[in-house]
Ligand binder design. Structure first.
Ligand code: RFL
Ligand code: PHB
Length: 390
């Protein structure tokens, strides 16, 4: 088999790239290790920047999102007994965020790829990359007991943090930057009315909490928990009770509880791989970088990588212009590091760190007070949360 662009991973990055290329007449094949059902059942991100929304429209998959998503012009920060609304729209000069689940967005992309007979191979085993520093790199994979090979012009690694593509970059070239945090998030999805119209980020002495949502009838809540926490230890009842304790009293009193549809535990991590390209391989999304979810940046960074990657490939095929390809890593990393900084800052500000010294505790309190009292500080949050320009 032959294709122009071989893509590993059918998460949001891989699917969005193949759809944008298709619209420009560029052929691609997407190889995915899991089943489609598995990919579509992962509950992940929910907050989209305007740049991400624009890119989805450009890819022709914005119709359902337009109908079913919710635009948020602000969010709440609660610190101890103080509550503060950050007016994202006013403070960012007119920008808002869109609430639309990653699951729905992935489904829209799969539907669009299938409607135009896009080549998506699910349950592709043992995906491997060959001759990455030649002009015709190859992909091999196993499907139904047979080995297949695809000759490509380019290979794009959209295979997430645990994928195979990053490992292709030689050790003496690859630089990895990493921080893991001493806690995790316990997430729960429930068919209940969200407790508030907007998201609430809570810093509490029992730990961070987040009230998010997917729709008028679907809520998504998170609690800071221990890294070695066991899901079995968290009955729905215990989750609701703990969430209630971390929310301000009047909010807790309004909390609608009900059975959970899903629960999961996510350790928090910051990670960047540099460079994001080697030979004819480019990395995009979680394959190249991870942010802790506090700033809601992971999926949005994946989208901005795909913006640079698709533009670079389109320019190459249309005008034989290699500039975007040559500068891909540099262009992405500038934005990636700013989002890393913001996500790290939000995480530090709002979580409890067990081994904090009294001095560090006081500093965190001072920073929270500063944010609540200073419009200048809120402006910085709003600018970053709604998304820095591409
Ligand atoms: P994905 O979604 O991980 O997709 C990678 C795909 O590659 C496949 N794969 C392979 N396929 C073939 N061969 C191999 N060897 C393979 N290895 C892996 C995998 O099966 C998978 O299907 O990466 P992608 O496309 O780069 O997308 C990134 C986003 O998924 C991620 O950044 C976000 O979910 C992060 N995130 C959030 N981002 C936001 O922008 N806003 C949010 O509000 C937000 N909330 C979150 C989040 C992530 C969370 N978790 C669970 C990590 C909340 C949570 C709890
Ligand atoms: C979510 O709805 O899943 C979500 C929202 C905001 C975040 C992280 C996750 O910062």
């Amino acid at each position: 088999m032959r294709t122009q662009v071989g893509i590993i991973g059918a998460g949001p990055s891989g699917l969005l790239l193949s759809q944008l290329l298709h619209l420009q007449g560029i052929d691609s094949i997407v190889l995915e290790r899991q089943t489609m059902k598995h990919v579509l059942s992962r509950i992940r991100a929910g907050v989209l920047e305007m740049g991400t929304v624009d890119l989805l429209h450009k890819a022709g998959v914005g119709k359902r999102m337009n109908k079913e998503s919710r635009v948020h012009e602000g969010l709440d920060i609660v610190a101890r007994d103080k509550r503060c609304r950050i007016d994202l729209e006013k403070l960012s000069g007119g920008k808002v965020v869109t609430i639309y689940g990653q699951t729905e967005l992935t489904r829209d992309l799969v539907d669009a790829r299938r409607a135009s007979k896009g080549k998506l191979v699910y349950e592709a085993g043992d995906v491997d990359i060959h001759d990455i520093d030649s002009d015709s790199p190859r992909l091999s994979y196993l499907k139904d007991g047979k080995t297949f090979e695809i000759v490509c012009d380019f290979i794009i690694g959209c295979d997430g943090y645990h994928g195979v593509s990053r490992k292709q970059i030689p050790e003496n070239i690859l630089n990895e930057f990493e921080r893991s945090y001493p806690f995790a998030w316990l997430g729960m999805l429930s068919e209940t009315k969200p407790v508030s119209n907007e998201l609430i980020y809570v810093s509490h002495e029992r730990g961070f909490a987040l009230c998010s949502q997917r729709s008028e009838t679907l809520s998504r809540y998170y609690l800071q928990c221990q890294l070695d926490e066991k899901l079995e230890a968290w009955s729905d009842e215990r989750f609701w009770q703990e969430l209630g304790r971390r929310l301000p009293e009047e909010t807790a009193n309004r909390l609608e509880t009900g059975p959970s549809l899903e629960k999961s535990i996510t350790p928090l991590r910051s990670f960047v791989a540099e460079p994001m390209q080697y030979g004819r391989l480019m990395l995009a999304g979680d394959a190249a970088h991870i942010v802790p979810p506090t700033g809601a940046k992971g999926l949005n960074l994946a989208a901005s990588d795909i913006h640079y990657c698709s533009n670079a490939l389109i320019e190459y095929y249309r005008n034989n212009n290699k500039e975007g390809l040559n500068n891909y890593s540099t262009n992405c990393l500038q934005r990636v590091w700013k989002a890393e900084r913001f996500s790290w800052w939000m995480t530090n500000l709002l979580h409890n760190f067990a081994d904090d010294s009294p001095f560090e505790k006081r500093l965190r309190e001072a920073e929270l007070n500063y944010l609540i009292e200073s419009e200048a500080a809120q402006r910085v949050l709003a600018e970053n949360y709604t998304g820095l320009p591409y």
